[in-house]
Design a protein around this ligand. Structure first.
Ligand SMILES: Cc1cc2nc3c(=O)[nH]c(=O)nc-3n(C[C@H](O)[C@H](O)[C@H](O)COP(=O)(O)OP(=O)(O)OC[C@H]3O[C@@H](n4cnc5c(N)ncnc54)[C@H](O)[C@@H]3O)c2cc1C
Length: 325
Protein backbone atom coordinates (compact mmCIF):
# COMPACT_ATOMS: atom_id res chain seq x y z
CA UNK A 1 0.00 0.00 0.00
CA UNK A 2 2.79 2.38 0.94
CA UNK A 3 4.67 1.48 -2.26
CA UNK A 4 1.58 2.34 -4.28
CA UNK A 5 0.93 5.62 -2.44
CA UNK A 6 4.53 6.74 -2.96
CA UNK A 7 4.98 5.68 -6.59
CA UNK A 8 1.66 7.03 -7.83
CA UNK A 9 2.12 10.20 -5.79
CA UNK A 10 5.44 10.65 -7.64
CA UNK A 11 3.69 10.34 -11.02
CA UNK A 12 4.33 6.67 -11.88
CA UNK A 13 1.45 4.77 -13.53
CA UNK A 14 -0.80 2.68 -11.29
CA UNK A 15 -0.18 -1.07 -11.20
CA UNK A 16 -3.26 -2.86 -12.53
CA UNK A 17 -5.02 -4.02 -9.32
CA UNK A 18 -6.94 -7.14 -10.47
CA UNK A 19 -4.05 -9.53 -9.83
CA UNK A 20 -1.91 -7.74 -7.29
CA UNK A 21 -4.48 -6.42 -4.85
CA UNK A 22 -7.61 -8.41 -5.66
CA UNK A 23 -7.24 -12.11 -6.57
CA UNK A 24 -3.67 -12.25 -5.15
CA UNK A 25 -4.69 -11.74 -1.49
CA UNK A 26 -7.59 -14.21 -1.93
CA UNK A 27 -5.26 -16.92 -3.25
CA UNK A 28 -2.84 -16.24 -0.39
CA UNK A 29 -5.60 -16.80 2.16
CA UNK A 30 -7.90 -19.43 0.63
CA UNK A 31 -6.18 -21.33 -2.19
CA UNK A 32 -4.39 -24.69 -1.93
CA UNK A 33 -0.55 -24.64 -1.82
CA UNK A 34 -0.51 -26.06 -5.39
CA UNK A 35 -2.73 -23.27 -6.68
CA UNK A 36 -0.68 -20.66 -4.83
CA UNK A 37 2.52 -22.03 -6.35
CA UNK A 38 1.00 -22.00 -9.81
CA UNK A 39 -0.51 -18.51 -9.85
CA UNK A 40 1.06 -16.25 -7.22
CA UNK A 41 4.59 -15.86 -8.68
CA UNK A 42 3.09 -14.75 -12.00
CA UNK A 43 1.11 -11.89 -10.45
CA UNK A 44 3.81 -9.37 -9.45
CA UNK A 45 5.65 -10.00 -12.72
CA UNK A 46 2.40 -9.39 -14.66
CA UNK A 47 3.00 -12.60 -16.64
CA UNK A 48 -0.71 -13.15 -16.01
CA UNK A 49 -3.01 -10.21 -16.63
CA UNK A 50 -6.20 -10.74 -14.59
CA UNK A 51 -9.71 -9.38 -14.91
CA UNK A 52 -12.73 -9.55 -12.61
CA UNK A 53 -15.87 -11.57 -13.39
CA UNK A 54 -18.28 -10.50 -10.64
CA UNK A 55 -21.08 -8.34 -12.14
CA UNK A 56 -23.78 -9.71 -14.40
CA UNK A 57 -26.79 -8.06 -16.00
CA UNK A 58 -29.18 -7.92 -13.03
CA UNK A 59 -26.46 -8.74 -10.48
CA UNK A 60 -24.47 -5.60 -9.65
CA UNK A 61 -25.35 -4.19 -6.23
CA UNK A 62 -27.31 -7.36 -5.58
CA UNK A 63 -24.27 -9.46 -6.46
CA UNK A 64 -25.41 -12.68 -4.82
CA UNK A 65 -28.28 -12.97 -7.30
CA UNK A 66 -25.71 -13.92 -9.97
CA UNK A 67 -26.75 -16.65 -12.39
CA UNK A 68 -23.64 -17.84 -14.24
CA UNK A 69 -23.62 -21.65 -13.92
CA UNK A 70 -20.80 -24.10 -13.38
CA UNK A 71 -21.91 -27.72 -13.54
CA UNK A 72 -19.44 -30.37 -12.48
CA UNK A 73 -18.80 -33.21 -14.93
CA UNK A 74 -16.01 -35.52 -13.74
CA UNK A 75 -12.76 -33.57 -13.53
CA UNK A 76 -14.17 -30.38 -15.11
CA UNK A 77 -16.81 -27.72 -14.70
CA UNK A 78 -18.95 -26.79 -17.68
CA UNK A 79 -19.54 -23.05 -17.45
CA UNK A 80 -22.34 -21.07 -19.09
CA UNK A 81 -23.44 -17.47 -18.62
CA UNK A 82 -22.46 -13.85 -18.94
CA UNK A 83 -20.41 -11.33 -17.00
CA UNK A 84 -20.57 -7.61 -17.68
CA UNK A 85 -18.55 -4.40 -17.14
CA UNK A 86 -15.44 -6.62 -17.25
CA UNK A 87 -12.65 -4.06 -17.20
CA UNK A 88 -9.72 -4.88 -19.53
CA UNK A 89 -11.11 -8.33 -20.45
CA UNK A 90 -9.74 -7.61 -23.92
CA UNK A 91 -6.18 -7.78 -22.51
CA UNK A 92 -6.63 -10.42 -19.81
CA UNK A 93 -5.07 -13.88 -19.73
CA UNK A 94 -7.27 -15.01 -16.82
CA UNK A 95 -10.58 -14.09 -15.25
CA UNK A 96 -11.69 -14.86 -11.69
CA UNK A 97 -15.42 -15.59 -11.79
CA UNK A 98 -18.15 -16.00 -9.25
CA UNK A 99 -20.40 -18.83 -10.45
CA UNK A 100 -23.39 -20.70 -9.13
CA UNK A 101 -23.11 -24.46 -8.70
CA UNK A 102 -25.60 -27.10 -9.61
CA UNK A 103 -26.08 -28.40 -6.07
CA UNK A 104 -28.93 -28.08 -3.62
CA UNK A 105 -30.75 -24.75 -3.65
CA UNK A 106 -31.49 -23.22 -0.29
CA UNK A 107 -33.22 -20.03 0.73
CA UNK A 108 -30.01 -18.02 1.14
CA UNK A 109 -28.78 -16.88 -2.27
CA UNK A 110 -25.26 -16.27 -0.88
CA UNK A 111 -24.88 -20.04 -0.51
CA UNK A 112 -23.82 -22.20 -3.44
CA UNK A 113 -21.49 -19.63 -5.03
CA UNK A 114 -18.01 -20.78 -6.11
CA UNK A 115 -14.90 -18.94 -7.31
CA UNK A 116 -13.35 -20.26 -10.52
CA UNK A 117 -10.19 -19.20 -12.33
CA UNK A 118 -10.82 -19.34 -16.07
CA UNK A 119 -8.27 -19.12 -18.86
CA UNK A 120 -9.49 -16.41 -21.24
CA UNK A 121 -8.19 -18.44 -24.19
CA UNK A 122 -10.57 -21.33 -23.40
CA UNK A 123 -12.91 -22.24 -26.27
CA UNK A 124 -16.35 -20.70 -25.67
CA UNK A 125 -15.13 -17.44 -24.08
CA UNK A 126 -16.17 -14.35 -26.07
CA UNK A 127 -15.33 -10.76 -25.17
CA UNK A 128 -17.54 -8.02 -26.64
CA UNK A 129 -16.57 -4.37 -26.15
CA UNK A 130 -18.84 -1.87 -24.40
CA UNK A 131 -18.07 1.57 -25.76
CA UNK A 132 -18.58 4.22 -23.12
CA UNK A 133 -20.06 7.68 -23.75
CA UNK A 134 -16.59 9.17 -24.02
CA UNK A 135 -15.82 6.84 -26.93
CA UNK A 136 -13.40 4.81 -24.78
CA UNK A 137 -13.10 1.04 -24.51
CA UNK A 138 -12.15 -0.20 -21.04
CA UNK A 139 -15.17 -2.35 -20.24
CA UNK A 140 -16.71 -5.41 -21.89
CA UNK A 141 -19.36 -8.07 -21.87
CA UNK A 142 -17.77 -11.50 -21.38
CA UNK A 143 -19.75 -14.54 -22.52
CA UNK A 144 -19.18 -18.17 -21.58
CA UNK A 145 -20.65 -20.96 -23.69
CA UNK A 146 -19.94 -24.52 -22.55
CA UNK A 147 -16.50 -23.47 -21.33
CA UNK A 148 -14.58 -26.37 -19.80
CA UNK A 149 -12.68 -25.49 -16.63
CA UNK A 150 -10.50 -28.07 -14.85
CA UNK A 151 -11.60 -28.72 -11.24
CA UNK A 152 -8.14 -27.74 -10.00
CA UNK A 153 -9.06 -24.14 -10.97
CA UNK A 154 -11.64 -24.00 -8.16
CA UNK A 155 -10.50 -21.68 -5.34
CA UNK A 156 -11.12 -23.10 -1.85
CA UNK A 157 -14.32 -25.06 -1.36
CA UNK A 158 -17.18 -25.45 -3.81
CA UNK A 159 -20.22 -23.35 -2.86
CA UNK A 160 -18.38 -21.38 -0.15
CA UNK A 161 -17.07 -18.45 -2.18
CA UNK A 162 -19.29 -15.70 -0.77
CA UNK A 163 -16.74 -15.31 2.04
CA UNK A 164 -13.87 -15.15 -0.46
CA UNK A 165 -15.83 -12.69 -2.63
CA UNK A 166 -16.32 -10.28 0.28
CA UNK A 167 -12.67 -10.61 1.29
CA UNK A 168 -11.64 -9.62 -2.24
CA UNK A 169 -14.04 -6.65 -2.21
CA UNK A 170 -12.44 -5.39 1.02
CA UNK A 171 -9.12 -5.21 -0.81
CA UNK A 172 -10.67 -3.71 -3.94
CA UNK A 173 -12.43 -0.98 -1.95
CA UNK A 174 -9.40 0.11 0.06
CA UNK A 175 -7.51 0.31 -3.27
CA UNK A 176 -10.15 2.62 -4.75
CA UNK A 177 -9.28 5.18 -2.03
CA UNK A 178 -6.56 6.36 -4.45
CA UNK A 179 -4.39 8.16 -1.88
CA UNK A 180 -1.38 8.38 -4.25
CA UNK A 181 -3.58 9.69 -7.07
CA UNK A 182 -5.02 12.35 -4.73
CA UNK A 183 -1.53 13.57 -3.71
CA UNK A 184 -0.53 13.78 -7.37
CA UNK A 185 -3.73 15.57 -8.41
CA UNK A 186 -3.65 18.07 -5.52
CA UNK A 187 -0.07 19.00 -6.50
CA UNK A 188 -1.32 19.45 -10.08
CA UNK A 189 -4.28 21.52 -8.85
CA UNK A 190 -1.92 23.90 -7.01
CA UNK A 191 0.28 24.24 -10.10
CA UNK A 192 -2.80 25.08 -12.16
CA UNK A 193 -4.04 27.61 -9.61
CA UNK A 194 -0.66 29.34 -9.57
CA UNK A 195 -0.60 29.47 -13.38
CA UNK A 196 -3.99 31.10 -13.91
CA UNK A 197 -3.99 34.93 -13.69
CA UNK A 198 -6.70 36.43 -11.51
CA UNK A 199 -6.88 39.63 -13.61
CA UNK A 200 -5.45 41.72 -10.75
CA UNK A 201 -1.79 40.93 -11.27
CA UNK A 202 -1.85 37.75 -9.16
CA UNK A 203 -2.94 34.16 -9.68
CA UNK A 204 -5.99 32.16 -8.64
CA UNK A 205 -3.90 30.80 -5.81
CA UNK A 206 -3.88 34.31 -4.30
CA UNK A 207 -7.65 34.10 -3.93
CA UNK A 208 -8.27 33.17 -0.29
CA UNK A 209 -11.53 31.39 -1.17
CA UNK A 210 -9.73 29.17 -3.66
CA UNK A 211 -6.96 28.46 -1.14
CA UNK A 212 -9.59 27.55 1.42
CA UNK A 213 -11.17 25.01 -0.95
CA UNK A 214 -7.78 23.46 -1.70
CA UNK A 215 -6.93 23.34 2.01
CA UNK A 216 -10.28 21.66 2.75
CA UNK A 217 -9.70 18.86 0.26
CA UNK A 218 -6.11 18.47 1.46
CA UNK A 219 -7.32 18.05 5.05
CA UNK A 220 -9.92 15.53 3.93
CA UNK A 221 -7.16 13.59 2.21
CA UNK A 222 -4.90 13.70 5.26
CA UNK A 223 -7.72 12.30 7.42
CA UNK A 224 -8.46 9.57 4.87
CA UNK A 225 -4.81 8.57 4.61
CA UNK A 226 -4.57 8.21 8.41
CA UNK A 227 -7.80 6.19 8.44
CA UNK A 228 -6.59 3.94 5.65
CA UNK A 229 -3.26 3.24 7.35
CA UNK A 230 -5.05 2.57 10.65
CA UNK A 231 -7.50 0.17 8.97
CA UNK A 232 -4.62 -1.60 7.20
CA UNK A 233 -2.65 -1.94 10.44
CA UNK A 234 -5.50 -2.93 12.74
CA UNK A 235 -6.97 -5.41 10.28
CA UNK A 236 -3.50 -6.86 9.66
CA UNK A 237 -4.07 -6.45 5.94
CA UNK A 238 -7.54 -8.04 5.94
CA UNK A 239 -9.93 -5.08 5.73
CA UNK A 240 -13.57 -5.70 6.71
CA UNK A 241 -16.55 -3.32 6.46
CA UNK A 242 -14.27 -0.32 7.21
CA UNK A 243 -13.23 -0.68 3.56
CA UNK A 244 -16.63 0.77 2.66
CA UNK A 245 -15.87 3.99 4.62
CA UNK A 246 -12.51 4.26 2.87
CA UNK A 247 -14.11 3.64 -0.54
CA UNK A 248 -16.80 6.30 -0.09
CA UNK A 249 -14.43 9.00 1.16
CA UNK A 250 -11.69 8.16 -1.37
CA UNK A 251 -14.06 8.35 -4.32
CA UNK A 252 -15.64 11.59 -3.05
CA UNK A 253 -12.26 13.25 -2.50
CA UNK A 254 -11.04 12.29 -5.97
CA UNK A 255 -14.24 13.73 -7.43
CA UNK A 256 -13.82 16.94 -5.36
CA UNK A 257 -10.26 17.39 -6.66
CA UNK A 258 -11.40 16.88 -10.26
CA UNK A 259 -14.16 19.48 -9.68
CA UNK A 260 -11.61 22.02 -8.38
CA UNK A 261 -9.34 21.37 -11.35
CA UNK A 262 -12.30 22.22 -13.59
CA UNK A 263 -12.96 25.36 -11.59
CA UNK A 264 -9.37 26.51 -11.92
CA UNK A 265 -8.99 25.58 -15.59
CA UNK A 266 -12.18 27.38 -16.57
CA UNK A 267 -12.95 28.33 -19.36
CA UNK A 268 -10.41 26.19 -21.19
CA UNK A 269 -11.63 22.99 -19.51
CA UNK A 270 -15.03 22.97 -21.15
CA UNK A 271 -14.54 21.10 -24.44
CA UNK A 272 -14.43 17.36 -23.95
CA UNK A 273 -12.17 15.13 -26.03
CA UNK A 274 -11.27 11.67 -24.76
CA UNK A 275 -7.80 11.72 -26.28
CA UNK A 276 -6.88 14.70 -24.08
CA UNK A 277 -6.81 12.30 -21.17
CA UNK A 278 -3.50 11.17 -22.68
CA UNK A 279 -0.76 13.45 -21.38
CA UNK A 280 1.18 13.72 -24.64
CA UNK A 281 -1.65 14.81 -26.90
CA UNK A 282 -1.48 18.57 -27.42
CA UNK A 283 -4.99 19.99 -27.77
CA UNK A 284 -5.68 22.34 -30.68
CA UNK A 285 -7.10 24.91 -28.31
CA UNK A 286 -6.49 28.34 -27.07
CA UNK A 287 -5.30 28.35 -23.51
CA UNK A 288 -2.79 26.35 -21.53
CA UNK A 289 -2.33 22.71 -22.60
CA UNK A 290 -2.71 21.46 -19.01
CA UNK A 291 -6.28 22.77 -18.88
CA UNK A 292 -7.63 20.59 -21.67
CA UNK A 293 -7.84 17.22 -19.84
CA UNK A 294 -9.54 18.74 -16.78
CA UNK A 295 -13.04 18.23 -18.15
CA UNK A 296 -12.36 14.70 -19.42
CA UNK A 297 -10.81 13.86 -16.01
CA UNK A 298 -13.86 15.25 -14.22
CA UNK A 299 -16.24 13.01 -16.18
CA UNK A 300 -13.95 9.99 -15.86
CA UNK A 301 -13.99 10.33 -12.05
CA UNK A 302 -17.79 9.78 -11.98
CA UNK A 303 -17.20 6.03 -12.25
CA UNK A 304 -15.47 5.88 -8.85
CA UNK A 305 -18.71 6.15 -6.89
CA UNK A 306 -20.16 3.22 -8.90
CA UNK A 307 -17.52 0.53 -9.34
CA UNK A 308 -16.30 -1.67 -6.52
CA UNK A 309 -19.90 -1.42 -5.22
CA UNK A 310 -21.95 1.80 -5.54
CA UNK A 311 -21.49 4.32 -2.70
CA UNK A 312 -25.17 4.09 -1.68
CA UNK A 313 -24.71 0.36 -1.15
CA UNK A 314 -21.53 0.99 0.88
CA UNK A 315 -23.65 3.15 3.19
CA UNK A 316 -26.01 0.21 3.68
CA UNK A 317 -23.02 -1.98 4.60
CA UNK A 318 -21.74 0.60 7.10
CA UNK A 319 -25.18 0.87 8.65
CA UNK A 320 -25.63 -2.91 8.93
CA UNK A 321 -22.11 -4.04 9.82
CA UNK A 322 -20.73 -1.11 11.83
CA UNK A 323 -23.47 1.14 13.21
CA UNK A 324 -25.89 -1.62 14.25
CA UNK A 325 -23.16 -4.01 15.41
C1 LIG B 1 -16.15 1.80 -15.06
C2 LIG B 1 -16.65 0.54 -14.42
C3 LIG B 1 -15.86 -0.57 -14.39
C4 LIG B 1 -16.34 -1.77 -13.84
N1 LIG B 1 -15.53 -2.89 -13.87
C5 LIG B 1 -16.01 -4.07 -13.40
C6 LIG B 1 -15.23 -5.26 -13.51
O1 LIG B 1 -14.10 -5.25 -14.02
N2 LIG B 1 -15.76 -6.43 -13.08
C7 LIG B 1 -17.00 -6.49 -12.49
O2 LIG B 1 -17.41 -7.58 -12.09
N3 LIG B 1 -17.77 -5.38 -12.37
C8 LIG B 1 -17.30 -4.16 -12.81
N4 LIG B 1 -18.08 -3.01 -12.71
C9 LIG B 1 -19.45 -3.15 -12.20
C10 LIG B 1 -19.70 -2.50 -10.86
O3 LIG B 1 -19.22 -3.28 -9.81
C11 LIG B 1 -21.23 -2.26 -10.79
O4 LIG B 1 -21.55 -1.25 -11.73
C12 LIG B 1 -21.69 -1.82 -9.41
O5 LIG B 1 -21.57 -2.86 -8.49
C13 LIG B 1 -23.16 -1.34 -9.45
O6 LIG B 1 -23.97 -2.31 -10.02
P1 LIG B 1 -24.96 -1.96 -11.24
O7 LIG B 1 -24.17 -1.19 -12.25
O8 LIG B 1 -25.62 -3.19 -11.67
O9 LIG B 1 -26.00 -0.92 -10.65
P2 LIG B 1 -27.34 -1.30 -9.86
O10 LIG B 1 -27.05 -2.36 -8.86
O11 LIG B 1 -28.43 -1.52 -10.83
O12 LIG B 1 -27.59 0.06 -9.08
C14 LIG B 1 -28.17 1.20 -9.73
C15 LIG B 1 -28.31 2.31 -8.69
O13 LIG B 1 -29.19 1.89 -7.64
C16 LIG B 1 -28.57 2.03 -6.37
N5 LIG B 1 -28.94 0.92 -5.50
C17 LIG B 1 -28.97 -0.39 -5.82
N6 LIG B 1 -29.31 -1.13 -4.74
C18 LIG B 1 -29.46 -0.27 -3.71
C19 LIG B 1 -29.81 -0.41 -2.34
N7 LIG B 1 -30.02 -1.62 -1.80
N8 LIG B 1 -29.85 0.71 -1.56
C20 LIG B 1 -29.60 1.92 -2.10
N9 LIG B 1 -29.30 2.14 -3.39
C21 LIG B 1 -29.22 1.06 -4.18
C22 LIG B 1 -27.08 2.01 -6.65
O14 LIG B 1 -26.35 2.73 -5.69
C23 LIG B 1 -26.99 2.69 -8.02
O15 LIG B 1 -26.94 4.09 -7.86
C24 LIG B 1 -17.63 -1.81 -13.24
C25 LIG B 1 -18.42 -0.66 -13.25
C26 LIG B 1 -17.96 0.51 -13.84
C27 LIG B 1 -18.83 1.73 -13.83
Amino acid sequence: MIFEIETIGAGAPRLIPFGLSMIGPVLMKYASPEMQKRFLPRIPTMEDFWCQGYSEPGAGSDLSSLKMRAVRQGDRFIVNGQKTWTTYAQYADWIFCLVRGDGEHDSKQQNGISLLLIDMKSPGVTVRPIKTLDGGHDINETWFENVEVPVENLVGEEGRAWTYAKYLLGHERTGIAGIGQCHREIARLKRYARAVPDGRGGSMFDDSRMREKIARVEMDLMALEMLLLRVATQSKGHPGPEASVVKIRGSEIQQDIAMLQMEVAWPHAWPYQAEWLEPDVAPPLEGPSWAAPACAGYFDMRKLSIYGGANEVQKNIISRMMLQA
